[in-house]
Design a protein around this ligand. Sequence first.
Ligand code: ADP
Ligand code: MG
Length: 314
Amino acid sequence: MGENAIEIEGLTKTYAASGSQPPKHALKGVDLEIPAGSIFGLLGPNGAGKSTLINILAGLVVKTSGKVRIWGFDQDVNPRQSRASIGVMPQELNIDPFFTPRAALEVQAGLYGVPKSRRVTDRILKAIGLEDKAEAYARNLSGGMRRRLLLGKALVHRPHVLVLDEPTAGVDIELRQMLWANIRRLNQEQGTTIILTTHYLEEAEEMCDEIAIINHGEVIARDSTSALIGRMDAKTLVIHPEEEVALPQMPAGVESCQRADGAFCFTYRRSEIATGAVVEAVRKAGIVIRDIRTEEPDLQDVFVELTSEKKGAA
Ligand code: ADP
Ligand code: MG
């Protein structure tokens, strides 16, 4: 194994036309390398192509063209080894209601050809907190328990790479934290590479070392989380005036607004306007400043800037 858990080159996927639907170019030539041992976030709006990409990695969707290497194994040359290297927790709760968690894990292990002697069913049940429910019918499990069972199923063959497609969408906070704790532990203790898609930008910001942003089937940004945020040029200065006053005149290029508590907020490009010039304009208007602070961009800003239609590729 080299440095990368996943290497993707020129990956395309076109879903065939059906009925009145024209063909859909879901992936348009994606190049992506995902470092081994990282927690990697795949972000993008609905329909961007995230699930298509993940399902190709998982071997659930057949790519149209391009190369995919998983843990060094080319998907086309070594399909068995590449499949054995990856586990996927899908978005949908597709669990057989008549299996108990223990049976579901055993069946999954069988599907992956894990011999009985090498199965770690009890360890997985413990890790996902379903020891007590090992013999319960899945139809009697709560939504949260089912989701944990899906995570367990993705782990039966002890994959090097664990892929989670929107694992916490529509999940309550308690379960979300439990899932994240599980995932962090896998990453830290076993070195499992984690790839996840999420709509929760805060979560990606907190969890992921590196992030790729995908839109309309193309990767438009890919960097460390901190570098992505650092790349944002927009800056917001929040100034509380001593007394309630109207917004002062600002130099061109500064967007002004006034918040409900009377604070001014000025947003401008760091590369174009000096913070001093903004403060100076406030003082010149005869306004006494009680408090002043800056608001740094977060991933939400990066995401909006990169995926908004008027902006081109990063
Ligand atoms: P995401 O997971 O980012 O929301 P998807 O990969 O699910 O995006 O979908 C990407 C695009 O491909 C969307 O326009 C979607 O409608 C289309 N698509 C996904 N699956 C199929 C399919 N089986 N047949 C036709 N079009 C599909
Ligand atoms: Mg999806």
